[in-house]
Design a protein around this ligand. Structure first.
Ligand SMILES: *Cc1c(COP(=O)(O)O)cnc(C)c1O
Length: 460
């Protein structure tokens, strides 16, 4: 394929995309498929000679769409959303067309500078103080890993990158059991060890108990271990739990321990001032992550990290070999020094398109609708016989279960997802198997949301 062919095929792809999206409501949300079914339809080895594009296209249509779980389906209520507003898809098309690698300012000045401006726009939209500077990662996992690596370096006086960890004091991290597994992964990859991630007990409201945090830190110091960082969660993945950010930060501050806040999902809702109580005190954090690719509408992937002082992270992750020097342009920002990978995609473009095409007020309206509809749906479900709400809506996420117990609830979830009209996922809460409902797909309507109650009435 050359670029003349590409023009023809990308027009066809645009038409296909339109029809795919128009037909989503008629599709089951989750692919009704057994593992291995797709691989069995592909040849064992790559072709030696070129195949015609028509054949490749026909196979795509025959094999792929029916074997996907449709994340942009308006009745996708599983996990958290991975929204892709059409305008952000358009921006991705343009970024794809230029296919730039944006590691340095000089490898793509527009990518760096639009990223800087978008970080300022988002900082303002979230109500964060002006001292925060931001950057874009692929995922919250990478942002949290970067924060943990920075905590490690800081706790070891900037020596561990050079000297390694052998012989170093034992470092400790603190998070609640409601925190995401990416925190565990970060502790492992950073070489701190899973056992040194202290899971601080939570209070009745599922927030990290600040008094328990204080106790854990004091016990570690008394035992000769060195506290390196606290990771707080706002809108946890399981049931939407949030730590009491201000009180926990106060404890960390009193010991001069840095704090990272994981608001990967809930952060998007902070464009609405009325939800900011959920992370009150966040301006005291050193690092904050949120994923515009979840609830805000920026096509996956796009995870934003705000840093109160980016110099610590740049000191940890930045390397400047001769071949990466930006000659004659002192003072520019080379964002690869802020993140783990060197290479970077042009992710800021879709934020620019998204924020302009919808305006903050447009994006707030969607999030407010989702929160309201989740509340209405939870009330509707609470009225069904034999069903109980286990955790009430945290923003737009709640869980329910059958009073008959775990086995019955699990069987119900299978029936729901085999039915295909809606897609829900599960978690365990206080040992109990519960079904999560998360409202947040960019194009869902109130009717789509209420379909969950109808499906339950049909299947119970
Ligand atoms: C989704 C999520 C993550 C992980 O996000 P990735 O971008 O997929 O790495 C981390 N923390 C929370 C609270 C999340 O909801």
């Amino acid at each position: 394929m050359n670029h003349d062919d590409l023009r023809i095929w990308s027009r066809r792809a645009a038409d296909w995309a339109h029809d795919y999206h128009a037909g989503l409501r008629q599709r089951p949300v989750r692919a009704p498929l057994t593992p291995g079914a797709v691989a069995a339809r592909l040849p064992e080895a790559a072709p030696e000679t070129p195949e015609p594009m028509e054949t490749i296209w026909a196979d795509f249509e025959a094999i792929v769409p029916d074997a996907m779980t449709h994340w942009q389906h308006p009745r996708f209520f599983g996990y958290f959303p991975a929204n892709a507003a059409p305008v952000s898809m358009l921006a991705e098309q343009l970024a794809n067309a230029m296919a730039a690698q944006c590691m340095l300012w000089q490898t793509s000045p527009a990518a760096t500078e639009i990223e800087q401006v978008m970080m300022r726009w988002l900082r303002g939209a979230l109500g964060l103080p002006e001292r925060f500077a931001g950057t874009i990662h692929d995922s919250a996992t990478s942002a949290t890993l970067s924060a943990i690596l920075t905590m490690r370096e800081r706790a070891l006086d900037w020596a561990s990158n050079a000297a390694g960890l052998s012989g170093a004091p034992v470092l400790r991290l603190y998070a609640s059991a409601q925190s995401h597994s990416s925190v565990d992964k970060g502790a492992r990859i950073a070489g701190l060890g899973q056992d040194n991630l202290v899971k601080v007990p939570t209070d009745a409201g599922l927030s990290m108990d600040p008094a328990a945090l204080e106790e854990a830190i004091a016990a570690d110091i008394a035992a000769g271990r060195r506290p390196a960082g606290v990771i707080l969660c706002v809108g946890g993945t399981s049931v939407g739990a949030s730590d009491r950010v201000a009180a926990c930060i106060a404890v960390a501050r009193s010991h001069d321990i840095p704090v990272h806040v994981d608001a990967a999902w809930a952060g998007s809702a902070m464009i609405c001032p009325e939800f900011r109580d959920l992370w009150a005190g966040v301006e005291g954090a050193d690092s904050i992550v949120f994923n515009p690719h979840k609830w805000l509408g920026a096509q996956f992937d796009c995870s934003v990290q705000f840093l109160a002082d980016p110099r610590d992270q740049v000191r940890t992750l930045g390397l400047r070999p001769d071949y990466l020097q930006t000659l004659g342009t002192d003072g520019v920002t080379d964002f690869n020094e802020w993140t783990v990978p060197l290479g970077r995609r042009f992710r800021a473009l879709k934020l620019w398109f998204l924020l302009r095409a919808h305006g903050l007020e447009g994006l707030r309206g969607r999030i407010r609708d989702h929160v309201r509809w989740a509340g209405e749906l939870a009330e509707e479900i609470a009225r069904l016989d034999g069903v109980e709400i286990v955790t009430p809506p945290a923003l737009s996420l709640f869980t329910f279960a059958l009073k008959a117990g775990d086995a019955a609830t699990e069987a119900l979830l299978r029936r729901i997802n085999d039915d295909g009209r809606v897609y829900l996922t599960q978690t365990r809460h206080k040992g109990r198997f519960v079904i999560r409902v998360q409202v947040g797909q960019f194009d869902c309507t109130r009717d789509d949301v209420m379909t969950v109650a109808q499906v339950l009435r049909d299947l119970l």
